[in-house]
Write a protein that binds this ligand. Sequence first.
Ligand SMILES: Nc1nc2c(ncn2[C@@H]2O[C@H](COP(=O)(O)OP(=O)(O)OP(=O)(O)O)[C@@H](O)[C@H]2O)c(=O)[nH]1
Ligand SMILES: [Zn+2]
Length: 384
Amino acid sequence: MFQFTAGGDRRERLQRKGAGVTLAPDITDLLARARADIRMGVPVVLTGTGDGGAVLLAAETASPERLADMAGLSTETCLVVTGRRAETLRARAYDGDIARLPLPRGVTPSWVRAVADPSDDLKTPMKGPFNALRGGDASLHRLAVDLVKEARLLPSVIVAPVKDAVDFASKNGLTSLPAEESAATMGAEALLDPVIRARVPLLLAPDARLHVFRPKDGAEEHYVIEVGSPPRDRPVLARLHSACFTGDLLGSLKCDCGPQLRAALAQMGSEGAGVLLYLNQEGRGIGLANKMRAYSLQDQGFDTVEANHRLGFEDDERDFRLGAALLLRMGFSAVRLMTNNPAKIDMMRRMDIDVVERVPLKVGKTPQNEAYLATKAAKSGHLL
Ligand SMILES: Nc1nc2c(ncn2[C@@H]2O[C@H](COP(=O)(O)OP(=O)(O)OP(=O)(O)O)[C@@H](O)[C@H]2O)c(=O)[nH]1
Ligand SMILES: [Zn+2]
């Protein structure tokens, strides 16, 4: 007979809330559901304290019909952009890290797209002037931007205030998220479960095993490649490698990722021991579609950092706590870290990983990536 065994945290919930409740989604499940809705262009409701709340709809996936409905919900419906995007748009970010832009009368999808998406900035530089909203509580707007970022869309979102938010969500069949709990959960470190490991002999490191880890929050899996059997009580040769589909797989000449990946595996293979974390944080955490948007801006003359900013992102949106957590899960607390990025070293140290040595990884310079590497050195502090 099939038997269902409740996992640790589920058992806890069972004890906390009583048997039937475990069938309902918890806040982590609701956030995963919300990310999927947002990607599909379905609105999501944020419930605040009291009856009030807000409905959000990602700018990138908003259909004309839903955009019109959002505009009709309230005279205070606005398009929220990040402070970075606001700089390019010359809009005042009174809320600091975000700006709330009122929708024009008879708002059109092309207006929303032009504000959110920088691809036509040079063709149509003057999109404003914008009279950004000031005062009032912008916390739901800020959370809405974070959710859209987590959905790996352009960081821009239409937000409409609603009264009786819970009721509004249930009447419209929309996912409803308690704002405060959502913000706390999103800021917390993702918990990972080991799924399976198996031997995968590699050209550069024949004695290798691949471990698959799955985050509890329904986001992408991450991989650990263990070469040999590194002793857990000594510093291990380690690399935290962020996914780069174009460099790792296609052999793109625009970056140095592919050669770095192979050089790291080769050194681990020749030393007979090492651990390579393959973190699914494509495009420094903005996703492949946004990275390609950044590349398209680079084709227009912007560098890698400027392109991220024009899109509305910070230079680097990665969460390196993940790398430290994986190392600890694998039993390693001291590393010889293969990197040119001091931020990775700082973050590992802050997460209680002892970085006993930095092992430089200088490979893959091409005429096509020379400017990219120089920008990383000048603006992001990479060591040349
Ligand atoms: N947004 C953006 N991401 C890029 C661009 N070029 C490469 N990437 C991404 O940058 C990341 C590079 O990752 P890593 O090589 O691990 O990191 P790093 O910060 O360069 O540090 P080290 O290689 O360890 O020195 C990958 O996720 C790539 O997909 C770009 O122009 N824009
Ligand atoms: Zn790359």
